[in-house]
Design a protein around this ligand. Structure first.
Ligand code: PBG
Length: 324
């Protein structure tokens, strides 16, 4: 039936009717709040590239996690800035490392809040790459798997509710699943950054995490932004290796990939609304160019509509407050 019998505006007339027919829900329960925990410092220090986000000491991270929890956000994602870095990134699997200490402290204070440990070496290596380097400067995939495996066991043993490998090495999900199982950690889920693109939108994060590569770039392991079929293959492989959740990152330039990965894998899909996406909105709002609240809610609703079950976002606390 066409116009005039059909009038789509009938279902847009009032708040009540719009609420009744809305297809996509955005709620605090879908959100994950990322935090940057610094070894040994005290209190909080603003991160210049990410207005509203701070470097947190472990004490401050516990308080911040408590705020997120009180707002109904179910999970935090932890990034660590270690006391020192080396060629291998050994701070990543130190049982007394910054993530391990922060995880124990947050879980002790808020046992119901989920702690997801980001699992990568780039914050811990002196050269800033996500794995160990060969003599020719390339990242040695298989040697890196061993180090990621140690890190996963250490993080899970510290109480992490899930580990989230963001390194993009081939075979890492399978390697992590078997090492976790061997260590009696078969209940620990793997949230795999499956389709992680070599993106310009990580810039503010790399300042925040002090993780920019000293030489070269990440295009030898992160994905080419032009490739969606390859993203499906990455997600399918991770699913076959035992990933419990697959992730697409960044979110906004890759909404089609979110949808395709969802339809292909039928797994829970996470999307990472990354630091550059956050910083753009903050900058535009600070310049008076957009309404921050309306823009953030629209962006996150769009990411959910594309097929993301879980949205990782620095806006999480604001959003949870606005939705209350
Ligand atoms: C680590 C990692 C990065 C991000 C999350 N985990 C940076 C990178 O790959 O360079 C980016 C997150 C963001 O930009 O918010 N490998």
């Amino acid at each position: 039936m066409a116009f005039p019998a059909t009038r789509l505006r009938r279902l847009r007339a009032t708040t009540g009717i719009r609420d009744l027919v809305r297809e996509t829900e955005l709620a605090a329960r879908h959100l994950v709040y990322p935090m940057f925990v610094v070894h040994g410092s005290s209190g909080r220090t603003p991160i210049p590239t990410m207005p509203g986000i701070d470097h947190l000491s472990i004490d401050a991270a516990v308080r911040e996690a408590g705020e997120a929890h009180a707002l109904g956000i179910p999970a935090v994602l932890l990034f660590g800035l270690p006391a020192s870095k080396d060629e291998e990134g050994s701070g990543a699997w130190d049982d007394e490392g910054v993530i391990q200490l922060a995880t124990r402290a947050i879980k002790a204070a808020y046992p119901d809040l989920l702690v997801i440990a980001d699992l990568c070496l780039c914050e811990y290596t002196s050269h800033g790459h996500c794995g160990v380097l060969r003599a020719d400067g390339g990242v040695d995939n298989d040697a890196t798997l061993e180090l990621l495996a140690r890190t996963a066991v250490s993080q899970a043993a510290a109480g992490a509710d899930a580990v989230a490998p963001s390194d993009m090495m081939d075979g890492r999900v399978g390697a992590l699943r078997s090492v976790l199982d061997e260590h009696g950690l078969s209940e620990t889920p793997i949230i795999a950054y499956s389709a992680k693109f070599a993106s310009a939108f990580y810039g503010p994060f790399r300042e925040a995490a002090d993780s920019a590569p000293q030489e070269g770039d990440r295009r030898g392991y992160q994905m080419d932004p032009a490739n969606a079929l390859e993203a499906e293959r990455e997600a399918e492989l991770d699913a076959a290796e035992g990933a419990d959740v697959v992730m697409v990152k960044p979110a906004l330039p890759y909404l089609d990939v979110i949808r395709r990965v969802k339809e292909r894998t039928r797994l829970p899909v996470a999307a990472y609304n990354v630091s550059g996406e956050y910083a753009m909105i903050k900058a535009a709002a600070a310049a008076g160019l957009i309404d921050e609240r309306a823009a953030v809610l629209e962006v996150l609703t769009g990411i959910r509509r594309a097929g993301a079950d879980i949205v990782i976002t620095y806006h999480a606390k604001d959003v949870a407050r606005w939705l209350q």
